[in-house]
Design a protein around this ligand. Structure first.
Ligand code: NDP
Length: 484
């Protein structure tokens, strides 16, 4: 064959292979098959397990709560293991005024409303700490401090980081009352005030730069005789003549009037002195809370979890991470929450790829782990008579009637989900159920021809009807949109 022909046919064959590969990939066949048919992710491995959690979230700061919101709203049975410090670092902050769309809120109130929001979508909260995780088996095995064994299909690690502290007298007492680790959050509270920033690394310099537009004088206190911050940071602070550095200086005690910091005792070149100051910003480093993940997923040299390809995936398939445990750079609640959302979306994708879904979760309900006080349901009363129906439907603007029969499996399947929705709407919508075998005329009048049929009444009129069993989230969406 001539050289020209060879090149031509070479092109054609390559193009066909590329096209076919592209189509398979776009159709999801290659990627999906890869995981779903992977023996280690076979759903058969669940049949003899108890304490199953489809989405286990370890940690309950902004990243964990955002992940919980998206995962539960995505219809997945989601359990948040709240850990030793529920709510994370925001619980230690006073005012948060850099949460987009919300002018000002106390850190603890922000956490409480994020928790309530996730809970309203069905996220469950276990007041337990995960002490160990085995990522070498699937489902992953988690052990909690209550001696519980959890089999998790997917895990989101959001254990945060702990800002390092000085460990001097007065520090705990005035934490959040003049002593802080977040200039981005708290700088505006120090307008025209003199402040100290402790540390000489990039983080401390960054704190000083954040404070520059607000504070009248910023003094970096360095325990040694030089700053380890980068050349770029040194250049940046030169633009602000009110940022100073004091070397060989340590804080040995923090003083206050009971409600706020008023001063410090310093050790400067081994000489003790007392000085007045209003704010102390610590920039002495963070320690990621990654002990749990050590040896289980890849960590970087500083102990932060390593993420893959701009996703929240760790080095182990099915294990995701978000927030400060995987982010040494931004360390903002808003960033953590955004990453939490991404982690939940990645997790839902993963569960789809292993062919797990909400319907399966419902079928294996008895095997699922539900924390104490977990899923709350409201018992739905049975209709006693047609007269009672007439009274109820007239009296209540929003009324839901579940028409069922005794022997219908879908009706049995639907009821627990409906009881959850009834609980979530208690005081707003009245729920009843009617065994249609006892009320043939009513069923006929309401045009009910199959069981189950859920009827939603608004001002006495049927505004929506559902004629099959659906999982809780879908049912909640159906009822909510019909009663808006
Ligand atoms: P570093 O470890 O770089 O610096 C910590 C600083 O705190 C050092 O100056 C250290 O002093 C001081 N320090 C530690 N313990 C004490 C103590 N008990 N009392 C007083 N001073 C103390 O941590 P960073 O958080 O600054 O940075 C961590 C990583 O994150 C770095 O790689 C950094 O480059 C990066 N980073 C980057 C940023 C950016 O690019 N914008 C912003 C923030 C961090 P000594 O030097 O004497 O040990």
């Amino acid at each position: 064959m001539k050289r020209k022909n060879l090149i031509f046919w070479g092109f054609v064959v390559t193009a066909i292979i590329a096209l076919a590969g592209g189509l398979l990939w776009r159709g999801g066949w290659i990627g999906k098959k890869c995981i779903a048919s992977h023996p280690s992710f076979s759903l058969d491995q669940l049949h003899d397990k108890e304490g199953i959690v489809p989405v286990a979230i370890i940690g309950s700061g902004p990243a964990g709560l955002a992940a919980a919101l998206y995962s539960a709203r995505g219809g997945m049975h989601t359990v948040v293991f709240e850990g030793d410090n529920p709510g994370g670092q925001l619980m230690l902050t006073s005012w948060v005024e850099n949460w987009p769309g919300m002018p000002k809120k106390l850190g603890k109130d922000l956490i409480a409303s994020a928790r309530d929001q996730a809970r309203a979508f069905g996220a469950l909260f276990a007041q337990e700490t995960v002490e160990s995780i085995n990522t070498g088996v699937w489902p992953f095995v988690l052990k909690t401090n209550h001696g519980r064994t959890i089999h998790a299909l997917a895990v989101i690690i959001v254990t945060g980081a702990t800002p390092k502290r000085l460990g001097v007298p007065g520090e705990d007492r005035y934490w959040g009352k003049g002593v802080t680790t977040c200039a981005t959050c708290d700088a505006p509270f120090y307008k025209n005030a003199e402040v100290f920033v402790v540390g000489g690394g990039d983080a401390a310099f960054e704190e000083a730069l954040q404070l520059a537009p607000y504070a009248s004088k910023i003094t970096l206190l360095l325990r040694g005789d030089k700053a380890r911050a980068s050349v770029a940071m040194h250049e940046r602070i030169k633009a602000y003549p009110h940022i100073h550095q004091r070397f060989n200086t340590k804080i040995v005690e923090i003083l206050g009037d009971g409600s706020h910091v008023t001063g410090v005792v310093l050790d400067e070149n081994k000489v003790r002195k007392e000085e007045s100051i209003r704010g102390i910003f610590l920039g002495i480093g963070h320690a990621p809370n990654s002990a749990l993940a050590k040896g289980k997923v890849d960590l970087d040299e500083a102990g932060y979890l390593v993420l893959r390809n701009r996703t929240q995936a760790t080095s182990v398939k099915g294990v995701f991470a978000a927030g400060d445990v995987a982010d040494h750079r931004y360390r903002q609640a808003g960033v953590a929450a955004g990453d939490g959302v991404k982690a939940a979306l990645d997790t839902l994708d993963f569960l789809r790829l292993v062919n797990f879904n909400e319907r399966l979760a419902q079928q294996m309900e008895s095997q699922l782990f539900v924390p104490e006080g977990g899923i709350q349901r409201l018992k739905i009363a049975d209709l006693a008579s047609i007269e009672e129906f007439e009274t109820l439907v007239k009296k209540h603007t929003l009324f839901v009637l579940d028409c069922y029969t005794d022997i219908c499996p879908s009706c049995t399947q639907l009821l627990p989900a409906l009881e959850r929705v009834a609980f979530e709407n208690e005081g707003r919508i009245v729920f009843y159920k009617a065994n249609v075998n006892n009320f043939p005329t009513l069923a006929n009048r309401l045009n009910v021809q199959t069981a189950p049929t859920v009827l939603v009444f608004k001002n006495g009129k049927v505004v929506a009807r559902l004629m099959r069993a659906v999982p809780h989230r879908q049912l909640a969406d159906f009822v909510n949109s019909a009663t808006k």
